[in-house]
Design a protein. Sequence first.
Length: 389
Amino acid sequence: MNMEESTFKELLQKYQDGKCTPEELNILESWYLAEAGKPIPAYSEAELYGIKTAVWDEFSKKAGFRAQDFSPESKTIKLFRNLGIAAALIVAVGIGFYFYSTQNAKDNRLVNKQTTPVIPGSNRALLTLADGTKVALDDSKNGELAQKSGIQIVKLADGQLLYRIPKSTQKTGLEHLSNTIQTPNGGQYQLILEDGTKVWLNAASSLRYPMAFSSHDRVVELEGEAYFEVAKDKKRRFVVKTIQQEVAVLGTHFNINAYPEESSVKTTLFEGSVRVTEKNKGTGATVLLKPGQASQFNGGQFDVKEVDTEEAVAWKNGYFVFDNEDLKTAVRKVARWYNLEVVYTGQFGAVEIGGSVSRFDNIDQVLQVLRLTTRLNFKVEGRRLIISH
């Protein structure tokens, strides 16, 4: 257990007597989420079941759940699938656990407070024009940034970049003038291409695209992660190229995770249909996705699964959502967004993370969610995130 047994027994007694403070109730709830499946030597199985049921009853009242919606054995997985509820509850539990543990100084594995705060990411990106001109979008004022060959490049509010082509503009030859938008670690941006396609770019990502598309395919190149809402055009496919695959559509919504440090490219479809083709291994394998499906290329073929699409696009909606996610994959997501270097001390086996938290929370709150699930130590020193047992 994370708490000393005597402290835990005191909390349970106060709970049974109806004398727990809100912070102490949060401690019991955090224990329920992180460790309720583990035995406690001081209690019999029957006693422990009674404790878990009582704590869960209190927990479910806060969330507005009906008793029949959850069983004590299945609550965590189902809870994490409900994004809105899970985000609020997990953050509340993490904050309560943090303040309680700080006051009592019982646990030497708490996340360290920093003199220089680590802030969440924001709307930051670098635009490189066809002639090599570089524009730091976060430093630029709203309004027209440039006009090239009749095309207006306009910065809008809330981290959006718009390509506007007057009807009188001739598009011939503009498909050869490529622009690139790059987000750093700790950055994100939204782009509206000249055909009306909307692109949300996650941290540490880049998109290369023509100022105007040709009369044939609309082709862009992605490294990192992006969500696309493709403008419908029955005559021209929209093609996203990554280092491992190509995704071709006519008009649909989908997410691509193509970071070079990840083992495979993941494509998740929200509506419409997409055709995914492998291009790096020489197999020529292809798969057609339906809404609610995701593909990854493994072992010479595509692995297609039904997925929770809300989890795939949580980053775009301002959340981290981890549903039994591998530790290192989850930590990379956090590190990209908060611009941190990750350092592991010691050996780590298979560790999975579950939980949900806002991407705009303080880093300490995010790391508390990871800690509650893994019981590992997460410590920030400068720009380094150090993880140990």
